[in-house]
Design a protein around this ligand. Structure first.
Ligand code: GLN
Length: 542
């Protein structure tokens, strides 16, 4: 079949969950046997979100090919089980950079370079890039931002042109918000009407409207919206708030979103999507009664999106272990040796979060010392793993000055140090050790047993590493380097085999956990946390 392009735009307010709707549709089309991918176009000027503070834009997701990407790509992978790449996330910065590079090379042959057609052509070229591979039947393109934003205009103009060029092989879904006014006890459709008008003004007629709402929108009201907006009544779909984002694909299917898309793009509607495994996951989620309590120690805890992939991985793992996840955010800046006991004593397991810089680092050491001494299942990720190494060096190896040169460039005991190839790096954007690298595991390690294999490939995002000069001292004192890169011998995983569950990974296993393919290390960590929690409960009973 010819590749079909689905555009997803948003109006009224931001944060409506375009990413979740796009991912849900992709999930349904995939469950019908289509080859699907989703890409996101972000209207900001940064080349990629790698240089953005998590407070600005939440977590930075990393693709297998080493692209620092918008966190929506994480949703795409978690919902579809299809890996994304650099081509799946494009920003205005990248579009302009490419156009300016072409201009400098003389590719435009003396022409005046303008937003239309040069920027829009570059956007269109990028939209069609994944389609050209022949690997996908449907390409869903999410346009970041909101209709009416100045910076979104070139994208909408490109969508207008593409819809014209692609005809039935394309479709536009517009997502809006229907607010409920408590005082009037009424749902209001006017913002949606205005938003669609704005879209029509730039020449785009949506085929499907998805209305975000807290309350059920009556059929008559949906009809009214359909009439005002030139959309078929059955193509006005509501997206009511759900207890879990993973319910959304089924909610969309109940209202036939997948069938509408197939029909409108000229595909036959045969049978039902195969959502059996997905439904099984949801059943587990709904039936889980007992809790597992995990403490996440990090410095961005005010903003839950900052640790999105970790949250989701923990949730997948808890669900597959038939538990409700009770995730407690613990602000690393507020942890110290005197309050750590009260902060952590109720945890079944503790995660030490990734991150950058000095802020909150001492709290991570206090938490780690307490967890190690109380033998609590503990999982350190990236900076969290580096903190495990430093804490062990200070308190077990007796090196009080031990540190990472990221925190103290003149430390005597640089147990974590800048990677050799990073020493000549001056530009901050896209220059870390990024993407998936091989890691070979010691067959007796907790990590290898969790994966069920000794050869894994996980994604990285860091500049600093374990200093191999100290390896022997660590190993003889009980901290084992159980995972390493076969080519460079960089240490990727450390463990304390004496402990119940003590694993630190230089890589980020959270980026590869999906609903249908949960991350093995998270599954094993949660299993250990449950066992520890039960043991604690038994002890307190007796
Ligand atoms: N700041 C550390 C480094 O660059 C860890 C990075 C991270 O946690 N992602 O090595």
């Amino acid at each position: 079949m010819e590749t079909k392009y689905i555009f997803v735009t948003g109006g009224v307010v931001s944060s409506l969950g375009k990413g979740i709707i796009s991912a849900s549709l992709a999930c349904l089309l995939k469950a019908r046997g289509y080859r699907v991918t989703i890409q996101k176009f972000d209207p900001y000027i940064n080349i990629d979100p790698g240089t953005l503070n998590p407070y600005e834009h939440g977590e930075c997701y990393v693709t297998v090919d080493g692209h620092e990407a918008d966190l929506d790509l994480g949703h795409y992978e978690r919902f579809t089980n299809v890996r994304t790449s650099r081509a799946n996330n494009v920003t205005t910065g990248r579009i302009y950079q490419s156009v300016i590079d072409k201009e400098r090379r003389g590719d435009y042959l003396g022409k005046t370079v303008q937003i239309i057609p040069h920027i829009t052509d570059e956007i269109k070229r990028n939209v069609k890039l994944l389609g050209k591979t022949g690997e996908y039947d449907y390409i869903i393109t999410e346009i970041g931002g909101t209709v009416g934003d100045i910076e979104s205009l070139p994208y909408l103009e490109s969508v207008r042109q593409l819809r014209w060029e692609l005809g039935q092989n394309s479709l536009c879904i517009h997502l809006t918000y229907v607010p409920y006014l408590k005082a009037a006890k009424e749902l209001k459709t006017k913002p949606t009407q205005h938003s669609v008008k704005q879209l029509q003004e730039v020449g785009i007629q949506p085929d499907v409207l998805v209305l975000r709402t807290e309350k059920d929108i009556p059929t008559a009201m949906r009809r009214k919206i359909a009439q005002f907006c030139n959309v078929a009544p059955e193509a006005v779909i509501q997206s009511i708030d759900c207890s879990s984002i993973y319910e959304v694909p089924l909610k969309m299917h109940e209202q036939h979103l997948d069938e509408i898309v197939l029909k409108k793009t000229g595909e036959p509607v045969n049978g039902e999507p195969d959502m059996a495994s997905w439904v099984e996951f949801l059943e587990k989620m709904r039936h889980a009664e007992k809790e597992v309590t995990i403490g996440l120690v990090g410095k961005y805890v005010e903003l839950q999106d900052a640790y999105k992939s970790i949250n989701e991985s923990l949730f997948h793992a808890a669900t597959y272990n038939d538990r409700k996840l009770n995730l407690k955010y613990i602000h690393s800046e507020k942890v110290n040796d005197s309050n750590v006991d009260s902060l952590l004593k109720d945890m079944d397991g503790v995660i030490i979060a990734p991150g950058f810089g000095q802020r909150g680092i001492e709290g991570k050491f206090s938490a780690l010392k307490w967890c190690r001494e109380h033998d609590v299942p503990t999982f350190g990720i990236c900076l969290g793993m580096q903190c495990m190494v430093i804490e062990f060096a200070r308190n077990v190896l007796g090196l009080p000055d031990a540190n990472s040169t990221e925190m103290n460039p003149t430390t005597h005991d640089n147990v974590i140090d800048l990677m050799e190839e990073q020493k000549s790096v001056h530009n901050m954007g896209g220059t870390m050790r990024l993407g998936a690298y091989d890691c070979h595991l010691d067959p007796d390690s907790t990590t290898a047993k969790a994966y069920g294999t000794t050869k894994v490939k996980e994604r990285h995002r860091h500049r600093f590493e374990f200093n191999n000069d100290y390896r022997e001292r660590f190993e003889s004192a009980g901290m084992k380097c159980v995972g390493q890169n076969p080519a460079t011998h960089l240490v990727e995983v450390v463990e304390l085999p004496e402990k119940r569950w003590w694993v630190g990974t230089q890589y980020h296993p959270e980026y590869s956990s999906t609903v249908l393919n949960p991350a093995p290390l998270f599954l094993d960590f949660i299993k250990a946390a449950i066992a520890y929690g039960e043991e604690k409960a038994l002890k307190s009973e007796s």
